[in-house]
Design a binder for this molecule. Structure first.
Ligand SMILES: C[S@@+](CC[C@H](N)C(=O)[O-])C[C@H]1O[C@@H](n2cnc3c(N)ncnc32)[C@H](O)[C@@H]1O
Length: 213
């Protein structure tokens, strides 16, 4: 089966965000909306461990939610007192985010194209990178997200927990640990470990890194 072109991929996400409910649109399509709610809450708690438990109104943490979709994680993290930038390529997802409000700021951008006047304490990307089908664009995206993490800040990139690469259907290209870890190391990030979602049969999890240099 051939992979979607960049245009087909963009159209797929706009249509899916228009058609599906709050969570299923960016979540796991094999789960219904209530099950996705459990799935989102469980991952928020994993993200809390990665981001840390502190919250300071005078010096909020700066977070980037890269590929924020309809913005559920951005809104929840902003409710903890953090300053959150959410970026996504999909116009319809961003229109929804802006209408919902909730404290985060939203921008239309690809992962590889986002430029920021400041570095982030934590850059996270939930279930986006395996939807970037072009390999060069995937590498540009990882490099760009890594470059946005401050010294001792963290990078959490979700992908399937596979050893090598694998194509799944026409809209997912899974990259293995053997791709993420050396690339992040080249960008000055230490690999801290793999945090599987461990929710029903979902195979994904976070590759967690810390900038050390
Ligand atoms: C599975 S959804 C995840 C959304 C959100 N992170 C969540 O967990 O609810 C994937 C999202 O990635 C976005 N996306 C795909 N490729 C992208 C790219 N190259 N740059 C920015 N966003 C992208 C899509 O528009 C879609 O909103």
């Amino acid at each position: 089966m051939g992979l979607l072109s960049a245009e087909e991929n963009a159209a797929y996400w706009n249509a899916r965000h228009q058609r599906e409910g709050d969570l299923r649109s960016g979540g796991d399509m094999s789960f219904d909306e209530p099950t996705n709610r459990m799935f989102y809450i469980l991952r928020l708690s994993l993200l809390l461990d990665i981001v840390g438990h502190q919250s300071d109104p005078v010096a909020p943490l700066f977070l980037l939610d890269a590929g924020c979709g309809k913005g559920w994680f951005s809104r929840e993290l902003a409710r903890f007192g953090h300053q959150v930038d959410g970026i996504d390529a999909s116009e319809s997802a961003l229109a929804y985010c802006r209408e919902r409000g909730g404290g985060a700021r939203y921008f239309q951008s690809s992962l590889s194209g986002w430029r920021s006047p400041w570095l982030y304490d934590v850059v996270l990307s939930v279930d986006v990178l395996f939807h970037i089908l072009d390999d060069d664009e995937w590498e540009r995206s990882v490099r760009n997200l890594a470059s946005l993490v401050r010294l001792r800040g963290r990078l959490a990139l979700a992908d399937w927990g596979e050893d090598g690469d694998r194509t799944y259907g026409n809209y997912q290209v899974v990259r293995g640990r053997n791709r993420y870890v050396p690339l992040a190391r080249e960008c000055g990030l230490r690999f801290d470990g793999w945090r599987p979602y461990a929710f029903r049969g979902n195979p994904n999890g976070f590759y967690v890194f810390t900038r050390t240099g």
